[in-house]
Design a binder for this molecule. Structure first.
Ligand SMILES: *Cc1c(COP(=O)(O)O)cnc(C)c1O
Length: 416
């Protein structure tokens, strides 16, 4: 195992925290992957033993090589893959929803954190830190508590949901609210990491992305090792699409898939620097001042751009942007199907619909989309949508009645 520059392939040792090559370029973890068979991973399904019961460490041969006693696992993963006819009807194509909101702290960030915090423990880090739109901070706080490490998180003041803030407070992190946006909080944590030698757990950290590869691996296994034609996911800091790309490359190399699925990243229109760069033929990233109701992807200067555009190129994929209104309607549909997700997660379905309508995704193709976070992560947005005046497409207003049977009859009339 080594760290490798994605720009010029230079190798670095893995047993310290290093976040950039000599020119400031991104690093990835270079693994020596042994021959693996799907049978090995199938045997571990349903295991009660640590660490293999984790939906990350089940694929240990494709993960960084740490000793058992360094591994901090809840365990995470083992999330449902929903595939139902009524959901296909919503999308206009066959869709599998990988529900990462079912992780221990309610988002896919836990899959990255088990590997990132294990690396921190392996190298003897004393304090871990991140900047966050809310989910990373909740996950860092929780995994640091499990590892017995103090954590410091930087969040943009007033720009993360109440539930995510509450979670992070409850798990005991030192929370620093920065006046400014996520990008300002990110700049602060980078200074703090340099100044105090904190171990950084943002998606710049190549070990975190290793864990996030397991979203695809687990979905592939749940589909009995049949790859989908497309993987569609929301993009903010672009760590997850970078992890997905690495998973696809390694799965191809290991013979777990025979062809790369196409990858489509969906951004919110008010926070879409990656979609804009795609339109310009990836001539470079122009940061934007990000605005969207989907706070998890409200990021104007994604740090993983250099990894992410390569994934789109390699898979002949694409990047698109959807309006907040499309995203909220898609969210309401996923919620009403009894599954539920946070706003950013619904960008996937909103994007799929657009691509099916435009004929980019073919009616016969199979699509995997990642529901990145849990419905309960942002209840304010649910209430705002359903109580809005005038009503939204799928508004479900609670009714208030006097305690009389006449009032009850009226309230029940359209239910029966
Ligand atoms: C972190 C997050 C994203 C964005 O993932 P990136 O790796 O930053 O692109 C999307 N949705 C949710 C719910 C998240 O927590």
């Amino acid at each position: 195992m080594k760290l490798r520059s994605i720009e010029h392939g230079t190798l670095y040792p893995p047993d310290t925290q290093q976040l950039a090559d000599d020119n400031g370029g991104l690093l990835e973890v270079a693994l020596d992957i042994p021959d693996v068979s799907t049978g090995l991973f199938d045997e571990r399904l349903g295991s009660l033993d640590a660490p293999y019961r984790s939906g990350v460490w089940r694929y240990r041969e494709l993960m960084p090589d740490f000793p058992d006693d360094a591994i901090v696992s809840k365990p995470e993963g083992n999330t449902n893959l929903y595939h139902e006819a009524r959901l296909d009807d919503l999308a206009g194509v066959e869709v599998w929803f990988k529900h990462e909101g079912e992780n221990p702290t309610g988002s896919f960030k836990d899959r990255g954190m088990t590997v990132g915090v294990s690396h921190a423990r392996w190298i003897g880090a004393s304090v871990v830190a991140c900047a966050s739109t809310g989910n990373t901070s909740a996950s860092v706080a929780s995994y640091a508590a499990s590892a017995g490490l103090p954590s410091v998180v930087f969040v943009p003041e007033g720009k993360i949901s109440a539930a995510k803030l509450a979670q992070t407070i409850a798990y005991g992190a030192r929370i620093i609210q920065v006046r400014g946006d996520f990008d300002a909080a990110m700049a602060m944590v980078r200074s703090a990491a340099d100044r105090y030698g904190l171990y950084l757990l943002n998606s710049l950290n190549p070990f975190r992305l290793e864990g996030q590869k397991s979203i695809f691996l687990e979905a592939l296994q749940q589909r009995r090792w049949q790859a989908p034609d497309w993987v569609v996911l929301p993009g903010g800091n672009l760590g997850n699409v970078s992890a997905l790309g690495k998973a696809l490359r390694e799965a191809l190399h290991a013979g777990l898939i025979v062809e790369m699925p196409k990858v489509a990243v969906v951004q919110a229109a008010g926070s879409a620097p990656f979609a804009a760069a795609f339109e310009r033929g990836f001539d470079g990233l122009e940061p934007v001042s990000a605005q969207t109701v989907a706070s998890a992807i409200q990021i104007g200067a994604p740090v993983n751009y250099a990894k992410a555009w390569r994934v789109i190129r390699e898979t002949e994929g694409l990047v698109l942007a959807v309006a907040d209104s499309e995203l909220l309607d898609a969210k309401a549909e996923i919620d009403r199907a009894g599954i539920g997700c946070e706003p950013a997660s619904a960008a996937g379905l909103a994007g799929i619909r657009r691509l099916v309508n435009e004929g980019v995704i073919d009616a016969g193709e199979r699509v995997l989309t990642i529901l990145t976070g849990n419905l309960m992560k942002d209840s304010d947005t649910v209430i705002d949508y359903h109580l809005a005046d005038p009503p939204q497409a799928l508004s479900n207003r609670p009714v208030v009645i006097d305690s009389s049977l006449d009032a009850l009859d009226e309230a029940m009339s359209d239910v029966l």
